[in-house]
Design a binder for this molecule. Structure first.
Ligand code: DGL
Length: 266
């Protein structure tokens, strides 16, 4: 059991920010990653559709014989995680609760801004998760639908991205939030640009880093960690266009990806 892989899925390439952190946190663990590139983006889809995609993605990964499922996509975590936990008999870790917990731990003025896709904002999962820990915190949710395509089109440091970030952060600044939660897989890649647009004292919490810490905690708690080391491997599967995934993925991971297989739901 311990040598089985951790399964991670995302709507596409964005979840590699979570994979990167998990590999840092747990270098001895094997990982199977599934990017649902045929059906990306999830952020503009309806709740029912996202939930169905989550179940199909989980079944695909379970067939790869995994010991734990990580839902790297914020939108998928928002709509699918409860259903996945009810349906499948392995630990399921998402990105919402770890991110919310970390943001609550750092805010001092109790004003947290959450940047996410439209669907994640509409689900209100982040405010609910934050309020379940501390109901007195004010949460300002901001949908940033143009940031994902900007990042995927390599325009993260284009002046247009800076303008967009400025626009999206306007309300956040007006409300003087001291903590920004990056509630989307892609936004860690704009960390520096977002930081530049804010007062230096503002904390930035990213749900990819906090999720990887939770994955480690759960593995250790359940005694599921790989104790044999050295045999760790990472395999990538997508539902469409493996070459595009490889190219963009290498940029996200900052390391070469040798093989991406076209499999699963397409
Ligand atoms: N992975 C999605 C998320 O974290 C962003 C991309 C999409 O809309 O599918 O919400």
């Amino acid at each position: 059991m311990n040598q089985k892989a951790i399964g991670i899925f995302d709507s596409g390439v964005g979840g590699l920010t979570v994979l990167r952190q998990i590999k840092r946190e747990l270098p001895d663990e094997s990982v199977v990653y599934f990017g649902d590139t045929a059906r990306v983006p999830y952020g503009s889809k309806s709740a029912k559709t996202i939930e169905r995609y989550c179940i199909e993605n989980a079944i695909f990964l379970l067939e790869k014989n995994i010991k734990m499922l990580v839902v790297a996509c914020n939108t998928a975590s928002a709509y699918g995680i409860n259903k996945l936990r009810r349906l499948f008999n392995i630990p399921v870790v998402g990105v919402i609760h770890p991110g919310a917990k970390a943001a609550v731990a750092v805010t001092k003025n109790k004003r947290i801004a959450v940047l996410a896709t439209r669907a994640t904002v509409a689900s209100e999962v982040y405010p609910k998760a934050i309020h379940s820990i501390d109901p007195s915190i004010e949460v300002i949710s901001q949908a940033c639908p143009l940031l994902v395509p900007m990042i995927e089109e390599r325009m993260g440091n284009h002046p247009a991205a800076a303008l967009m970030i400025e626009e999206y952060l306007q309300r956040v600044k007006e409300k003087a939030c001291d903590t920004i939660l990056l509630g989307c897989t892609h936004y860690p890649l704009l960390h520096d640009e977002i930081k530049k647009a804010l007062h230096p004292s503002v904390f930035i919490v990213d749900s990819a880093t906090t999720c990887s810490k939770e994955v480690k905690e759960v593995l250790l708690e359940l005694g599921l960690e790989n104790r044999k080391g050295s045999s760790a491997e990472t395999r990538y599967f997508v539902s469409d266009d493996p070459e595009k995934f490889r190219e963009t993925g290498e940029r996200f991971l900052n390391t070469p990806i040798t093989e991406v297989l076209l499999e699963g739901i397409h």
